[in-house]
Design a protein around this ligand. Structure first.
Ligand code: AMP
Ligand code: MG
Length: 533
């Protein structure tokens, strides 16, 4: 065990297909101190720290796809040793646990050093196909970056991260993944509503998996400290490890890399906008350099279409992270990254070019979303207008985004009627009041389809490929959480099973596609979430 003399955890062998090379810790400067004493860490990208053992680790869910990719077979997954390792009580041979050091802009303001306050990377390596994976426990106990907090995570937020990150993958949107969800058997105290009524909740640990967990904030911190040497080392490392297809050198390589980060970020956000995902905390420390959706906290899924909705109660005032602002917030965040990288450039032009690439890529993807969501071969200016008009009536009419677009695919253009989206309306009065507007929109839409002259089935297929039937609606996740809190963890696996095929109809499972029930309209966890997790 190379993490330090005072660090010890038992080692258990688990069969898997990863070859650990722990490249980040071998190549980048380390904090000389070991262990979780809270501190400012200068001149280093990572700190050696071990998970803190938990009382009674028990596996309560896992991702079959992720287990297969990493080469864990079913027997291994279900073994007590697996829960020991992924609950933080033991290590497998080859791991070098650490917490990484990053800063970030939170809600528009520079926040200084943040770092992995409750995430501990166990190790990184490559699978049988050469794909790189880092295994990271979230909620594994204190690290040097835990500040005043405990390094733990509660069951409810861990279930949400586990389910939503896997769902996002199956929706085809870049994301970190989740291998396992382990209940710790320990209680974690949280003040969920920030009203002074702290309560003990069950604790849990998710093992997140991604090729890299490097964030924009990793680059911002050395920039803010004027440590250009460290900044350059981190950039060179990131390009070599995570962007090996990029060639060239010096400024032109850095420019190509930044442009790719911008493009990937645009792809991610366009994915979110297509399916109605609201991240909720798009701080720069929660932005992945690979353009992966990362850090599932007070996120939410749009039920009734509303570009102004934010699920995050901490964001309720300014609503900076509202659904409709996500594309521009991503641009702002990329601006902070550009600023952090500026010492590596003689001139800002390449960085500005990257930001422009974000804008043009996002605009093109937005067009593609509009076309596909409406079932058109491509979207011209008039079609953008058609979509904007639709957004207006959907918002005014309180209409479920997912159900509406899915149902619209079944529209019979010879006899157009709102019947195909009847289940999408939350308020019958609003529907009736807006009947004429909906009617007018349907007519314009049908005229557009007919002008396109394509077979109805082609349109339908196009729409069904991008408009999911199943998303991890907030209330569905909450029902699973409520069951798990009562001791019934089976619903976690049942919901995950449905979310594995979000674009299929899945007869018999329609209840998982139902719009938000009335009881969930204002219930915590269903429409509003706090950062407390
Ligand atoms: P977030 O807003 O969840 O992305 O977290 C912002 C910062 O707070 C990150 O540095 C996290 O690691 C840290 N943090 C959040 N929750 C905890 C916790 N329970 N214990 C320690 N650090 C935490
Ligand atoms: Mg975070």
């Amino acid at each position: 065990m190379s993490a330090g003399p005072d660090m010890r955890l038992p080692e258990v062998a688990l069969e898997h297909a990863l070859r650990f090379d722990n490249r980040l810790v071998r190549r980048l400067p380390a904090d000389p101190e070991t262990g979780p004493r809270r501190r400012q860490v200068e001149g280093a990208v990572w700190s050696p720290v071990l998970p803190t053992p938990v009382a009674a680790p028990r596996l309560i869910a896992h991702s079959a796809e992720m287990a297969a990719a990493l080469g864990f077979d079913e027997a291994t997954i279900l073994s007590p040793a697996f829960a020991e390792v992924f609950g933080g009580n033991a290590l497998m041979p080859g791991l070098m646990p650490y917490a990484s050091n990053y800063g970030g802009h939170q809600f528009g303001h520079w926040a200084g050093q943040l770092g992995d306050g409750r995430a501990i990377t166990l190790g990184e390596g490559t699978d049988a196909s050469g794909q790189r994976w880092e295994l990271q426990l979230k909620g594994a106990g204190p690290t040097p970056y835990s500040r005043t907090a405990d390094g733990r995570a509660v069951l409810r937020s861990s279930i949400r991260e586990f389910l939503c990150s896997e769902a996002m993958h199956h929706l085809g949107i870049p994301t970190t993944r989740a291998l396992s969800l382990v209940a710790t058997g320990d209680a974690v105290v949280r003040d969920m509503f920030y009203d002074g009524r702290a309560a003990a909740e069950p604790g849990a640990i998710v093992c997140r998996v991604a090729p890299s967990f490097i964030r924009f904030g990793h680059f911002e911190l050395p920039y803010a400290r004027g440590d250009v040497a460290l900044l350059r080392r981190l950039v060179d490392f990131t390009i070599a490890r995570d962007f090996p297809h990029l060639s060239g050198e010096g400024e032109s390589l850095y420019a190509d890399w930044f442009a790719e980060v911008c493009t990937r970020t645009a792809v991610m956000v366009a994915g979110w906008m297509r399916v109605g995902f609201v991240h909720g905390v798009m701080n720069t420390d929660n932005m992945s350099i690979l353009g992966l959706t990362i850090d599932y906290g007070p996120y939410g899924w749009v039920d009734d279409f509303d570009p102004d909705w934010t699920p995050n109660t901490t964001d309720a005032q300014g609503r900076r992270y509202r659904f409709g602002w996500q594309p521009r917030i991503a641009h702002w965040n990329l601006g902070r990254l550009a600023q952090a990288l500026s010492p590596l450039f003689a001139d800002v032009a390449p960085l500005q070019a990257g930001l422009d690439t974000y804008a043009s890529t996002y605009a093109a993807l937005d067009r593609r979303n509009i076309a596909a969501k409406l079932g058109l071969a491509e979207a011209g200016d008039a079609d953008v207008g058609l979509m904007q008009r639709l957004h207006g009536v959907l918002q005014a009419g309180e209409v479920d985004m997912t159900l509406f677009f899915r149902g619209l695919a079944d529209l019979d253009t010879r006899a157009p009627s709102l019947d195909v989206v009847a289940d999408a309306f939350y308020d019958a009065d609003k529907r009736d009041a807006l009947a004429a507007e909906f009617e007018a929109w349907l007519q314009a839409y049908v005229a557009r389809i007919e002008a396109g002259g394509e077979p109805a089935e082609l349109r339908r297929q196009r729409m069904r490929a991008v408009n999911p039937r199943y998303v991890p609606r907030n209330y569905l996740a909450q029902q699973v959480i409520d069951a798990a809190t009562r001791g019934d963890v089976a619903p976690i696996g049942e919901l995950l099973e449905v979310l594995r095929r979000p674009y299929d109809d899945q007869p018999g499972l329609e209840r998982f596609a139902a719009r938000r029930p009335e009881w969930a309209r204002t219930k915590a966890g269903c429409s509003m979430l706090s950062c407390s997790s």
